[in-house]
Write a new protein. Structure first.
Length: 459
């Protein structure tokens, strides 16, 4: 499976605790990882095999835990420059407050916001980003291209989606009419984004998915034809689903059924679909997701911030629903860190009243293999196994915040987010000792401050 060849550059990590998140949840108390080029060559107990050639870096990782790089499954990068607003609102009121501001973004602002969002992800151990961009103001420039360029500069693996809204207020939708596009324009732009950017290869740094925003902001025709387009092109489908009680009431009133039945009627259940939130799901909804292989992006902090409710993740996992972890946009989760979502997912799911509702190892799986599965990349990323891509995080656990917790996975998930000594994406170090290696962080900070000020000044 490995495509390494003699003379390839190798990095050797030794003396680390390792949580592989493979199918057996194999862990090593003191093991090694060998990276050759952009692939994992060997992962195992004890020191690395002797006699390796081409070793350019050897890391003594004593006191550290190695995990797969985390995989984010839901985000809205542009929200990085509209954080901290509508602080005490439920989803519909929060959206209504923010749509007019969002309707004035452009490619330059999206570039800055994408780098701010991606920096927060990378610095919290996330190696694969996902973005759901659905606001495309007329004359705003190439917004999708701007965020793709922003992530490439940072060296991050990326699933970008071409999102959309075509159901404005005058047609009974929630967004203002100047924030939506026409159905025909959306379908044409989406097809063009796939043709221009989608890379289906094993090593791909960039995939495209198709992502109409939500049942209350898109037409039935857009849902149906988006699903047909994605399947014709062999790309995945993403949307928001069953997020709030208000969305459920909207669907029942407008379509005469709940969100999951509505998605089923539009061709939106299947192994190539994943949806954000899925908070308000009854047993029948969960069964339909499980039997069709439809995935979920669980976003615990955002659901708490907007008082949406607690998703039934333990029931979904028991039924066999694929579940990943998402930060959601940073206007409803200002932290933007995926690493801290491991802890939040574990704690929030225990509020169902079960102390074992989500174990620390299940939480780590949601944030790694679970995300890889819903993004359709479980063969390539999400676990530390020979032949997979070299996306991994090296967490420092021998400092004062963690050294007294003997179980390294518990230290990572239940403790404070540990210092990130190293993050590799595709074999390349993109975070070293907590800092980005690819782009000057102070430059990103300044660009984001300027962008937030500029957007606010547009009235
Ligand atoms: Zn969202």
């Amino acid at each position: 499976m490995s495509q390494t060849h003699p003379g390839q550059q190798r990095t050797v990590i030794e003396n680390a605790a390792i949580a592989t998140v493979d199918a057996q949840d194999t862990e090593y108390a003191s093991g090694h990882v060998v990276i050759a080029g952009n692939r994992l060559e060997s992962v195992g107990d004890g020191p690395a095999p002797a006699g390796l050639d081409g070793v350019v870096r050897r890391i003594d990782a004593t006191g550290h835990l190695v995990t797969p790089g985390l995989v984010n499954s839901h985000h809205h990068f542009y929200q990085w420059i509209t954080r901290g607003q509508a602080q005490n609102s439920i989803l519909f009121d929060w959206l209504t407050a923010l749509y007019p501001t969002w309707a004035r973004i452009d490619a330059g602002l999206v570039h800055a916001a994408a780098q701010g969002s991606a920096a927060a992800l990378l610095k919290s151990g996330c190696s694969t980003a996902m973005d759901h961009h659905y606001v495309f103001p007329r004359g705003g420039g190439d917004l999708l291209g701007a965020e793709i360029e922003a992530l490439a500069e940072l060296g991050m693996r990326f699933t970008a989606t071409r999102g959309s809204m075509d159901l404005g207020e005058k047609d009974g939708g929630l967004p203002p009419d100047d924030a939506v596009e026409t159905t025909d324009d959306i379908l044409a732009a989406t097809e063009s984004a796939i043709e221009r950017h989608h890379d289906a290869s094993f090593d791909s740094m960039l995939r495209i998915a198709v992502a109409p925003c939500s049942p209350f902001s898109v037409t039935t025709r857009l849902l149906t034809e988006s699903a047909e387009l994605a399947r014709a092109k062999g790309v995945r489908l993403h949307t928001h689903g069953s997020e709030t009680a208000e969305e459920e009431a909207f669907c029942k009133e407008r379509f005469g059924m709940g969100p999951t039945d509505y998605f089923e009627s539009t061709g939106w259940l299947g192994e190539d679909v994943w949806m954000a939130h899925c908070v308000h799901m009854n047993d029948s909804d969960i069964d339909k997701f499980a039997s069709t292989g439809t995935g979920v992006a669980h976003c615990p902090s955002s659901n708490a911030r907007l008082a949406a409710g607690i998703a039934r993740v333990p029931d979904m996992l028991a039924a066999g629903v694929p579940v990943g972890l998402g930060v959601d946009g940073t206007a409803s989760n200002e932290s933007g860190e995926l690493g801290t979502e491991l802890r939040n997912a574990t704690l929030i799911n225990r509020l169902h009243g079960r102390p074992d509702a989500l174990t620390v190892r299940q939480a780590l799986r949601l944030g790694t293999m679970g995300g890889a599965r819903v993004l359709g990349r479980e063969a390539e990323i999400g676990s530390l196994e020979p032949g997979k891509l070299a996306d991994l995080a090296l967490w420092k656990l021998d400092g004062v915040l963690h050294s007294s917790i003997p179980d390294p996975v518990a230290a990572l998930v239940l403790g404070a987010l540990p210092p990130l000594t190293l993050l590799l994406v595709n074999g390349r170090p993109v975070v070293e000792n907590g800092n980005l290696t690819t782009v000057d962080e102070s430059r990103i900070a300044q660009a984001c401050a300027n962008a937030a000020r500029e957007l606010a000044s547009r009235g």
